[in-house]
Design a protein around this ligand. Sequence first.
Ligand code: HSE
Length: 385
Amino acid sequence: MTEKKPMRIALLGLGTVGYGVYEYIRDREDMVVACAMSLVVPDDVTCPIVKNIEEIFADSSIDTVVEVIGGLHPAYEWVSGALKAGKNVVTANKLLIARHYRELVSLAKEKGVALRCTAAAGGGIPWLTSLSHCVQQEPVVEISGIMNGTTNFMLDTMHTTGGSFDAALKQAQRLGYAEANPADDLNGADVRRKLVISSNIAYGCVIDEADVSTEGIEHVTDADIVSFRSLGRICKLIAESRKLENGVAAFIEPSLVPPSMPESAIPENYNLISLVGEHIGKQSFYGQGAGRYPTAYNVLQDCVDILGGVRCFYTDRLDAVSVDNSAVLRTYYVRTNGSDRWLQDKTDRVLDCGLITKPVSVAEIHAWAKQRRAADPDCFIASLR
Ligand code: HSE
């Protein structure tokens, strides 16, 4: 019997996730880090360090490029260059995949190589692979859940220990959960990218990230948390999308969940992501959504799938689609300094801190909150579930 040659990997990035990937591969015989590119190289890394990406593109002995540098540039040039050179690509880069989805998926298909990004959504949960298996047999009509470890950690800490927003953020950063720019965690941009990738795979479409209405938790205060407690609810940052007859609804917002919803019990940096299949109903996926080893684990799982013969993206359906959140109605907690005519019309009852609205559409209240911040930059909204 001839022995299978090990997968030869060029590892782009030796930071929090990249070093985790390096450690995992070091212990394996079926794959090897043939070389790495990184601005910072930990002392115990022994593979050759390459300075010029063109060397990797030109090296026919390298079959797979793992990109864990994050950000758009040079990740875009490096990933598209690797695909053009006929190499499989594994990436954890949600910004890159969400922004250049159509182009990169098409390029991988044209070249007949694998493009996998399981670590880009759900951290260490095999969410994207499970979702892609599901859609091969079952129409998915809805996706929802907690998709950001940093903000879940922060909200959980603020609810359970009464810790401050700033202290909780610092701790999440120390634990390696937050993005290089944590504003992307706090304002929901990180979740938005994960929802775009997940929805694209689920519905076989290409959603423009700019169309996904997003409210984050950057304006939540200790006083809001006290109000949520008095309502008997827990605040979670929740992403949702659903298939409509023509298009999709897709949005991200802080949501006040009752103890009866499983999302209320999700601790620390964990994520809980659910799909609804037309015949199978709801399936949920739970695990650590951020951190070195959970994320590196999913990168490795993608490499294992490639070793097993995968040579594609999760789907090759790229239908154009429009986003419409006007039919989803919710009641909302709103906290703003002062008021305006719209809010007065929509107010159902006033709390010690904040108020509760009558049912309004997601599209309408998200648009209102954005314009309200001209008068009150700290205005905060959260839907009641
Ligand atoms: N900053 C991200 C999070 C990392 O907290 O979920 C994992 O994608």
